[in-house]
Design a protein around this ligand. Structure first.
Ligand code: NCD
Length: 336
């Protein structure tokens, strides 16, 4: 099993085995690593079933009736937290949102004690976001067999539902992945979004994946296998069908020569002018939150090629698909 020892001594499972039950079904969703193309497509198909156009009433069913979802976000979040909450409610679950700023963790309680407290209250699906690598896998090893851990953002390492919603957004726009050139641009080194997108898109058989970053924001060699690396954004953008722009993760950068915002925009920002080098039908994505006119020009973010709002809509559908799948697997386990 591929493992990673973090400074805190927690072992993070990067192979994805910890997230499966003894029958190989997904009990938790911690990483997209190890999910097969069929598994990814099944999740995307179910998500697509839940997608509704903005203006229509959202999809609803009772797949999660009787279940309790607890949102534990130890890092800021708008889209991910709200979409997990809406997804769970639209599937009939009870939802609690913990205010982690005033939670017992700040009084010295361990995360595990908080988890056991929630488990004792019948919370059976725990959605977690944390800056510490390895925490979701660590918690997944400790919880009762009926409890599911869903990773909503783990340090710079993993953000599986974001990877799924990005893949879904691309799939809606372009059906044949094998012909596509996708560019992920910006702070790749510190981005869990980039890592999960890379996992999803390589498993789904993307034609070519490019990553472009200034030298200080490029991940170490050995990561992002088979991706083509660029330090020049103009060269990277040439002919691509999809561009994913990323925010600089200032909160994860300790020592780095990050240029000031204006310089970064001039040398690396996704602008209308640069888009002319891409395929004429290029689509532009961004996970949010955006720093307008830093990594992406406002006119691109709001322009006709932008899929940014569609990504947000897809985010709810993907989280519904993940929740429904995980609960179906728990129910299958209970029948034996
Ligand atoms: C991202 C995250 O938190 O990793 N946002 C998100 O989940 N939509 C990206 C970011 O913070 O830049």
């Amino acid at each position: 099993m591929q493992t990673r020892y973090t400074p805190a001594g927690v072992v993070s499972d990067l192979s994805g085995r910890i997230q499966r039950d003894s029958e190989g079904r997904l009990q938790h969703l911690i990483t997209l690593e190890g999910l097969s193309r069929d598994e990814l497509n099944a999740l995307l198909d179910l998500a697509q079933f839940y997608v509704r156009a903005v203006g229509d009433l959202p999809a609803r069913d009772q797949s999660l009736a009787g279940h309790t979802v607890a949102n534990l976000f130890f890092e800021p979040s708008t889209r991910t937290r709200v979409s997990f909450e809406l997804a769970a409610r639209r599937l009939g679950a009870e939802v609690v949102n913990l205010d982690m700023q005033s939670s017992s963790r700040v009084k010295g309680e361990t995360v595990l004690d908080t988890i056991y407290t929630l488990q004792a209250m019948h919370a059976d699906i725990l959605v977690m976001r944390d800056a510490e690598p390895g925490l979701p896998a660590f918690v997944a090893r400790q919880v009762a067999p009926h409890v599911c851990i869903l990773n909503a953002g783990e340090a710079h390492l993993s953000h599986p539902t974001q990877g799924l919603l990005d893949a879904l957004t691309i799939r809606q726009a372009r059906s044949d992945f094998s012909q596509l050139r996708v560019l992920i641009a910006g702070d790749i080194a510190h981005s869990r979004v980039a890592r999960s997108a890379w996992q999803a898109l390589t498993t789904l058989g993307i034609g070519e994946l490019r990553i472009a970053a200034p030298e200080d924001l490029m991940p170490p060699e050995g990561e992002f296998a088979r991706a083509v690396r660029f330090s020049d954004i103009d060269a990277a953008i040439e002919g691509v069908d999809v561009i994913m722009a990323l925010r600089i993760q200032r909160e994860r950068i300790i020592h780095s020569q990050i240029p000031d915002e204006a310089t970064y925009h001039r040398t690396f920002g996704i602008t209308e002018e640069r888009l002319r080098r891409a395929h004429p039908d290029v689509i532009v994505m961004h996970p949010g939150p955006m720093n307008r006119d830093v990594e992406i020009a406002s006119e691109v973010a709001d322009g006709p090629r932008s899929m940014i709002q569609q990504q947000v809509t897809n985010g709810v559908a993907v989280r519904m698909a993940v929740l429904a799948t995980i609960v179906r697997n728990v129910q299958a386990r209970r029948q034996f």
